[in-house]
Design a protein. Structure first.
Length: 330
């Protein structure tokens, strides 16, 4: 099912990888604070975007392919013009650390999962001006991933506390409100999918019906973490919040999941933090059965994996500087 097409190693640590909408390039955020743009599928460098002052931990590309937004472990965030490589927006700094971000599909907003001292939550920025708008949701532990709903007007966020939150999108600044009813009328109710495991990542299916969560190998019991000997992905019906099935086969933290454009295949990648072994699994979404299991595709510490927009390729990365490009023979 998966055929290794090319492997290479770079002198920088790839932290996060995103495809451009056309699939002609991949954008790689690195621990050096630079963004490398690689031609795809040959992987040759096409351009380098000037760096932030610390390692890039979050990255996204606008739906029109014209803007890249990157954020760092120190809470910096900037937007680059994809064609010129120039920084066009420097965002108002509010967070100590930004771990994850996504650009809205209308290219107006940036939603980020951030740390604020000992608090954790999601926050919203204006993409055009870089202005900080508001904090959106608070979580009990750090936010691992955020997304705008594919076919709706809601925001999704996951946390190490085992909760997946779905909240109505609203770009208005907060309050003041007369009472709780006025707040709920303006901002709506937060829906929560509660899982028994730490959540490391998630992906929404393209038809918008399901959310698949990727978990760490920790069971949550009375707000404490208990180490277990396996990690799993789980699929949930989004509106009913009902559990559908799970994908079992990983021994260590699942660092990233992604789904093919036709919603038939799930890809998941795992490894211990900054260590070996590494593992990639390709699954049949409908049956939950593994179609391809690859042990040690990288040396240590997987950081990212993603389907190409046409679903014919995969790209994976690790902290040892290795990047692998795979053909999907489905």
């Amino acid at each position: 099912m998966l055929e290794l097409f090319r492997r290479f190693r770079r002198p920088w640590v790839p932290q996060v990888i995103k495809f451009t909408p056309s699939g002609d390039f991949t954008c790689v955020g690195t621990m050096s604070g630079k963004i490398w743009v690689l031609n795809f599928p040959n992987g040759d460098p096409a351009r380098i975007f000037g760096k932030l002052n610390s390692g890039i931990t979050a990255l996204d590309v606008s739906s029109d392919g014209n803007i890249i937004v990157g954020a760092s472990i120190r809470g910096e965030m900037a937007a680059w013009d994809f064609n010129t490589g120039e920084i066009v927006v420097k965002f108002q700094k509010k967070a100590d650390t930004i771990r994850t971000l996504e650009i809205s599909r209308d290219n107006k907003w940036v939603l980020a999962g951030a740390d604020f001292g000992t608090s954790f939550g999601t926050s919203l920025w204006d993409l055009k001006s870089g202005k900080y708008i508001k904090d959106v949701l608070l979580h009990r532990d750090y936010v691992t991933q955020v997304a705008f709903e594919r076919n709706g007007n809601r925001m999704i966020s996951s946390s190490m506390d085992g909760k997946l939150s779905i909240a109505p999108f609203n770009s208005k600044p907060y309050g003041p409100w007369k009472d709780v009813e006025e707040y709920l009328e303006e901002f709506g109710h937060r829906e929560v999918i509660e899982t028994p495991y730490t959540i490391k990542c998630f992906v929404e299916t393209h038809d918008g019906r399901y959310i698949i969560t990727g978990h760490g190998n920790h069971l949550i019991i009375n707000n404490t973490f208990e180490l277990i000997d396996e990690a799993r992905a789980m699929i949930w019906e989004k509106e009913s919040k009902e559990f559908v099935q799970e994908f079992i086969g990983h021994k260590d933290h699942i660092v990233k999941v992604d789904i093919s454009p036709d919603d038939r295949y799930l890809i998941s990648a795992s490894s211990p933090l900054d260590a070996a072994p590494t593992f990639i699994a390709l699954w049949d979404v409908k049956t939950g059965e593994p179609l391809c299991l690859i042990e040690n595709p990288h040396y240590i510490g997987m950081t990212s994996i993603a389907f190409s927009p046409d679903g014919k390729w995969l790209i994976s990365s690790a902290i040892d500087g290795t990047i692998r490009i795979w053909k999907v023979n489905a």
